[in-house]
Design a protein around this ligand. Structure first.
Ligand SMILES: [Zn+2]
Length: 171
């Protein structure tokens, strides 16, 4: 089981490096991340959240249609958003920012390309929760957190609420 880093840990702001070789260590990392995500529990976890700078993530949004077709758990290496369309808004949270949930604007559907842990090309045509979760997790690989998408004013409010939560936790 891995430790999940908590905002404002600077490691969460690192831009991850593409994976050039899918070593046994990479496969172990993906397996440990999946276990950590399920235990949290969460629906997605990106490498920077466990202190790794590899461009990879795991996610399992449960019973949406695309997941049902392919099996529930994705282990995605070097994912890139190839196209987006539409707009949607939904409430998001993040295992690295406990206690904060905010409504975030995202693309309604995305096409993501990457490779799986065997090195096979993987194309995911996603909408709904899967599309939102993919955008959230891929943001993490570029050091972007969901609260970065809020207006400046809203970010200040969230920052104040978050530091209150954090200091209460440490009392
Ligand atoms: Zn997150």
């Amino acid at each position: 089981m891995l430790d999940i880093l908590i905002h404002p840990d600077p490691q969460l702001r690192v831009k991850c490096r593409p994976v050039t070789d899918i070593t046994p260590q990479i496969r172990t990392l993906l397996a440990d991340m999946a276990e950590t995500m399920y235990a949290a529990p969460g629906i997605g976890l990106a490498a920077p959240q466990v202190g790794s700078e590899h461009r990879l993530l795991v996610l399992d949004v449960g019973d949406d249609e695309e997941s049902a077709r392919r099996g529930r758990l994705y282990k995605l290496i070097n994912p890139e958003i190839r196209s987006r369309s539409g707009k949607t808004e939904s409430e998001e949270g993040c295992l690295s920012i406990p206690g904060i949930r905010e409504t975030i604007k995202r693309s309604a559907s995305v096409v993501v390309q990457g490779v799986d842990e065997s090195g096979n090309d993987l194309t995911i045509e996603a909408e709904g929760l899967l599309a939102i979760c993919l955008q959230h997790e891929i943001d993490h690989l570029d050091g972007i957190l969901f609260i970065d998408h809020l207006s400046r004013l809203k970010q200040q409010l969230v920052k104040a609420k978050y530091s209150k939560l954090r200091s209460a936790e440490h009392e």
